[in-house]
Design a protein around this ligand. Structure first.
Ligand code: URA
Length: 260
């Protein structure tokens, strides 16, 4: 898989990429005129090399940024990985984190900034976006956006019509936030029985262990949970094996996730 994001850029390259200047000549002129500062110091050397992630650049006092300085991957999450950095305790228990899957494919600075877009349980498989873009995380996980996530759910027992109807209408689940447990009624969901013990379930919210709790609430149990898609972003369109990932362009995500 490709390495994304160079650590260092030359000042004139950085300025050209910002889209703020109409020509290379304007870029050079701004530098020679002393209008550009890097981390507060005027730099008049057009070839000055620096890391734009750690050194802010200003033009006459205005902060300049690269338009798309973010990296996003679509991962087919394998079973047995957790969606956070490992604590000491988790390390001692030999837990594995999804971020490990990227360690050899991105530069260290990108690696450190990777976030998961929401979380899948350790035992859940399937579509997971991993990104450096905190705004993307917010836009997809924010409850007000009601972004639809579709899961394949293998259940312990046959799903009865009554259970199916309850899931569709909303069920009372217990949600835990910072150690405080409250009761919550799930929003109406789209639930379709594919086989007697196999459901396709679409929910537009993402409480912790929500699908597992919804199935428990109707007296059943999740045996396996796999995320098939987020809105029109469908994992099977990408032909990724377990643990494989591919880079995603912001525009692709925008077209597939937000145009609904
Ligand atoms: N709902 C769950 O219960 N677990 C997940 O991993 C995702 C949704």
């Amino acid at each position: 898989m490709q390495t994304v994001g160079k650590m260092k850029l030359r000042l004139h390259q950085f300025l050209s990429k910002t889209g703020h200047f109409s020509s290379k000549r304007d870029v050079k002129q701004a530098i020679w005129d002393g209008d550009i500062t890097v981390k507060g110091s005027v730099i008049k050397d057009i070839s000055f090399q620096f890391n734009p992630r750690t050194k802010p650049v200003e033009y006459r006092g205005q902060l300049l940024e690269l338009p798309n300085d973010h990296t996003t991957f679509l991962l087919n999450k394998p079973v047995g990985y957790i969606c956070s950095r490992l604590s000491q305790q988790e390390r001692s228990l030999n837990k594995r984190s999804v971020f490990e899957l990227f360690v050899d494919s991105v530069d260290p600075s990108t690696y450190d900034r990777l976030l998961t877009v929401g979380r899948l349980d350790e035992a859940t498989t399937g579509l997971l976006l991993v990104t450096t873009d905190g705004t993307l995380v917010h836009d997809i996980t924010s409850p007000e956006r009601e972004i639809r996530k579709t899961y394949e759910v293998v259940t312990r027992d046959e799903v009865s019509s009554k259970q199916l109807k309850s899931l569709q209408q909303g069920v009372e689940i217990h949600v835990e936030d910072s150690g405080v447990v409250t009761s919550y009624t799930s929003r109406p969901a789209v639930a379709r029985r594919v086989e007697s013990d196999l459901l396709q379930l679409t929910i537009s919210e993402g409480k912790k262990r929500q699908v597992r709790r919804m199935l428990e609430a109707v007296g059943n149990e999740v045996i396996h949970l796999h995320r098939l898609g987020i809105e029109s972003l469908i994992l099977s369109d990408f032909e990724l094996g377990d643990g494989e990932f591919c880079p995603m362009k912001k525009q692709e995500i925008s077209d597939l996730v937000f145009q609904h």
